[in-house]
Design a protein around this ligand. Structure first.
Ligand code: DCP
Ligand code: MG
Ligand code: MN
Length: 348
């Protein structure tokens, strides 16, 4: 079905999908690698359930869905009949709780969290006390210091307010900059985990936004808007940059996560598409899947044809391919034959 809409919106079995996804996440978090086959199984069965067009009502119906075995069918029926999956509470064991807490520290992934647990840490206080000689990177230190701030979402209005402080400062540096909020804000969400600000600039006058971000951040630090750096680019003169840090509305406000994404002007459409996606659900990255099915490749720089990847290392490109579209989101939708979706429609 090359022309059909990509899967969007909640499906008739959304509660089942959500609870099985939570169970998958718990198995991923758990110590030991004995759970990887479970994670794999869930990662295959969940999309099949999402694709099921009608509400599941009977065990037989559940059992007929591809990849749904007896055990998954039982879980599905428990959710259908009781609204709950008792297995979730059962799998939230003490190691999972501790590892989840560690992973709430910015810059701590599953490997570091597991290592700290293996080194005897059990609570955030153990981490604060640097128990058993564990070491924290600079971003992790900041992540620990502002743990609660970073782990709470901000109201949409606060993101708007902070953006309204930043945009005029950017335009003051260069009035031809294009400055726009992406991510969950652009999708219209009522609350945002961070503020994602994309910056670009037309090049028709022979100039670019090269070097602007460094200067902008300098101005924002001076005004106390940007307060801490988490991840700074290596080469500030590049046109494609990612900066991650913390900011706040004023000295009485909580700190909030902020990302700046500088992109070359010619790839602004592809970048807008990429930085608006709901990023936490690989199966919902349907534009990219659609592109792949058509033999194309889509990333934040554009839609490409003829990309050849190394089969043993999918990240390595043997052939760069030719660019088909990148300037506007529309042309990418059009080439892929996907009906236009407004940003707020692009979430599951
Ligand atoms: N993104 C991506 N791949 C990544 C990280 C991000 O495609 N590895 C994209 C998708 C998001 C955008 O970048 O739309 C911003 O990422 P965020 O992590 O800030 O996620 P959201 O803004 O969607 O949600 P939140 O409100 O939690 O910030
Ligand atoms: Mg965001
Ligand atoms: Mn972000």
């Amino acid at each position: 079905d090359k022309k059909g809409p990509v899967n969007k919106g909640p499906c008739p079995n959304q509660d089942i999908v959500d609870q099985l996804t939570e169970l998958k996440r718990l198995h991923e978090t758990k110590l030991g690698d004995g759970n990887s086959w479970r994670v794999y199984t869930y990662s295959r069965v969940i999309p099949a359930i999402r694709a099921h067009p009608t509400r599941i009502t009977t065990l037989e119906e559940a059992r007929k869905i591809p990849r749904v075995g007896d055990k998954t069918a039982m879980k599905i029926m428990e959710i259908v009949n009781t609204g709950k999956l008792t297995r979730i509470a059962y799998e939230r064991t003490d190691d999972v709780k501790a590892i989840e807490a560690f992973m709430g520290i910015y810059g701590v992934g599953i490997n570091v969290a597991h290592r700290w647990y293996a080194q005897g840490c059990r609570t955030l206080d153990d981490i604060k006390a640097r128990k058993n000689g564990i070491k924290l990177s600079e971003p992790q230190e900041i992540g620990l210091k502002f743990y609660d701030d970073i782990n709470s979402r901000m109201p949409r209005q606060e993101a708007q307010d902070i953006f309204d402080l930043i945009k005029p400062i950017a335009l003051d540096i260069d009035p031809r900059l294009e400055v726009e909020i992406m991510g969950s804000f652009r999708r219209g969400k009522a609350d945002c985990g961070d503020i994602d600000i994309m910056i670009t600039r037309p090049t028709d006058d022979g100039r670019t936004h090269g070097g602007v971000l460094r200067y902008l951040l300098h101005e924002l630090r001076k005004r106390g808007i940007v307060t801490e750096d988490l991840c700074v680019p290596e080469d500030w003169d590049d046109l494609e940059l990612v900066y991650r840090g913390l900011c706040r509305k004023d000295s009485g406000s909580r700190r909030r996560r902020i990302d700046f994404l500088a992109v070359p002007y010619e790839s602004r459409g592809a970048a807008r598409l990429y930085y608006t996606e709901q990023g936490d659900d690989i199966f919902n990255r349907s534009m990219r899947l659609k592109a792949n099915k058509m033999g194309y490749s889509l990333n934040q720089r554009g839609l490409y044809h003829g990309v050849v990847r190394n089969p043993s290392n999918r990240l390595e490109k043997l052939e760069k391919g030719q660019i088909l579209a990148s300037k506007t989101e529309r042309e990418i939708f059009d080439i892929l034959g996907v009906p236009w979706q407004e940003p707020h429609e692009r979430a599951r």
